[in-house]
Ligand binder design. Structure first.
Ligand code: DGL
Length: 276
């Protein structure tokens, strides 16, 4: 198999990265994708950073060594915030993540210069978004808030309802009080809660998700490296990529809930275990 024909690898602690997978499949429908959801070990948010870094290395190695990934997309803010420098230095393929594309999109979205980021405890505590927004050079006053509990709702398939609203009202209070006009969903699970988050924040706040931006970044980097599959020419039968989904947790749960969250491409889930 030529380098161009190898799949794009992607992982998250669970279902959240499916928001990035959806954007990638829509943007690059001819590319093959291998996605691993580490639902057996989620949530990553409360775990120590060195443990999350070890998980990220296992997942990235599996995608490259066992599945021949030509690039690995870390579709998990918590894993990216724990630090990817060592992984980048040791892996033979580019390692992309969601933080820089998300920060750039947030800076573009705010008109008042007052913006917010919400994420897991690990992501917010790392300061990774403060650093990423600062490195854009834009004069943005950033307010951040951790939202423990949001990921668990998504992993249970509960994406709206009174309980979600009550928790959102409590956790989003700091960003509401900061009078922001743009809020980055700095956890790939959160777009599944966008309706509730949007209602709680109010119509004057633009919600920004890093999913589309990350897909565009992947397209650009693969293009620069000459690793992008050529788009089908007009008149050719369009190639549909193969999409494989693996989970370290219950594969039936992953297939059922995953299909609801991602769409019909997720019709089958294979088991994955660390070091297998
Ligand atoms: N979806 C992940 C993120 O973007 C992690 C959620 C978790 O496992 O805590 O941060």
């Amino acid at each position: 198999m030529s380098a161009v024909e190898r799949p794009i690898g992607m992982f998250d602690s669970g279902f959240g990265g499916l928001t990035v997978a959806r954007a990638l499949i829509d943007l690059l429908p001819g590319e093959d994708l291998v996605y691993i959801g580490d639902t057996g070990r989620y949530p990553y948010g409360p775990r120590p950073a060195d443990e999350v870094r070890r998980f990220a290395e296992e997942l990235a190695r599996s995608l490259v060594d066992e599945h021949g990934a030509k690039v690995v997309i870390v579709a998990c803010n918590t894993a990216a915030a724990a630090g990817l420098d060592e992984l980048r230095a040791t892996m033979p393929v580019p390692i992309l993540d969601v933080i820089a594309p998300g920060a750039e999109a947030l800076v573009r979205a705010t008109a008042t210069g007052r913006a917010g980021v919400i994420g897991t405890v690990g992501t917010v505590a790392s300061g990774a978004y403060r650093a990423a927004v600062a490195s854009t050079g834009a004069p943005v006053q950033l307010t951040t808030a951790a939202c423990p509990g949001f990921v668990e709702f998504v992993e249970r398939g509960q994406t709206e309802g009174d309980e979600v609203t009550v928790l959102a009202e409590r956790l989003l209070a700091p960003v509401r009080e900061a009078d922001i006009d743009a809020l980055l969903l700095g956890c790939t699970h959160y777009p599944f809660l966008a309706r509730t988050i949007g209602e709680v924040m109010g119509a004057g706040v633009t919600l920004v998700s890093s999913a589309d931006e990350t897909a565009f970044a992947a397209q650009r980097i693969l293009g620069e490296l000459g690793l992008l599959r050529a788009p089908s020419r007009a008149g050719d039968a369009a190639r549909r990529g193969e999409h494989r989904f693996l989970s370290s947790g219950d594969v039936d749960v992953f297939r059922q809930l995953g299909a609801r969250l991602l769409g019909p491409e997720l019709d089958h889930t294979e088991p994955w275990s660390p070091g297998a």
